[in-house]
Design a protein. Structure first.
Length: 279
């Protein structure tokens, strides 16, 4: 049974969430927020939304409880090899181009950021693709992949590196056999070799102070995250991505997303089946 939130409490709660992470809930999403907050009210034994907000704002509840609330209101649907056209363009066109550019200046380090990484499927997909390049294209290169998310629960899953059959449903047989160990009950355990290339950390994309430190990325991928933001939040977050991308780097969003009307400092680069952005 969901908690009934008055219109006034809904607005206060919505504004509180928005001020902390930029995620915006339109009035039409009131039922969704009611259903998600019910568990938090029960666990914190808050008698009402107003008292729950008081707890959130207090020193005692602020940090841990805010994290739990954000876990409830963010949904995480992803899988390995989710966007084949993007991955193919990255692997066959953009990666060789960046390797050539950096190779000329003798800087053999590749940095990739999976923003809104959820349970790690995207970051680990990239790791597997890049491991296959180690013998030739990326010989003697340092590869660093960073996965960030605001949801602590999915980050813990990502670090564990154990998945179900649904998560690996799009994974080509070659990668499935080489980089996973299949266990009873449809569990797929990722190889340590892949996990070693990726580090995961908690990051609020709306946090200016933290975003400043996400520097010098060759590729930034942020799929199906911007849909949570209104235009003002989106503009702010995308500007951070712009600042943190190398001059020759590439920025990918979800296939149904666009920066149209959000940021005019990026230019669109088309490839078969999709597009990416460059400065």
């Amino acid at each position: 049974m969901s908690a009934q939130i008055s219109d006034k409490d809904f607005e206060v709660l919505r504004d509180f969430i928005y001020s902390h992470c930029g995620i915006y809930f339109h009035t039409s999403k009131k039922y969704f927020l009611e259903s998600r907050i019910t568990r938090r009210l029960e666990e914190t034994k808050a008698a009402s939304v107003a008292s729950y907000l008081g707890f959130l704002r207090s020193g005692a509840g602020k940090s841990p409880e805010l994290s739990k609330l954000l876990d409830e209101i963010t949904t995480n649907e992803t899988c390995f090899f989710r966007s084949p056209p993007q991955l193919k363009a990255l692997e066959t066109a953009f990666l060789p181009e960046i390797v050539a550019t950096k190779g000329k200046i003798g800087f053999r380090k590749l940095r990739i950021w999976s923003a809104g990484s959820s349970s790690g499927e995207e970051a680990y997909t990239l790791a597997m693709i890049l491991l296959e390049k180690r013998a030739a294209l990326l010989k003697d290169w340092i590869v660093e992949i960073v996965g960030t998310d605001i949801n602590e629960t999915v980050l813990a899953q990502a670090r564990e590196g154990v998945y179900n059959s649904y998560a690996v449903r799009n994974t080509p047989e070659f990668y499935l056999k080489k980089y996973f160990r299949e266990e009873a009950g449809g569990r797929y355990v990722l190889s340590p070799e892949v996990k070693k290339l990726v580090s995961f950390s908690s990051l609020n994309l709306y946090d200016d102070a933290k975003m400043v430190f996400m520097k010098s990325f060759d590729f930034i991928l942020c799929a199906n995250v911007l849909i949570y933001f209104d235009l003002a939040s989106k503009t702010k977050v995308v500007q951070h991505f712009y600042n943190n991308l190398q001059p020759y780097g590439y920025f990918f969003v979800g296939q149904s997303e666009s920066l149209h009307g959000v940021n005019d400092r990026f230019k669109t680069v088309h490839f078969p089946g999709g597009f990416a952005y460059k400065k």
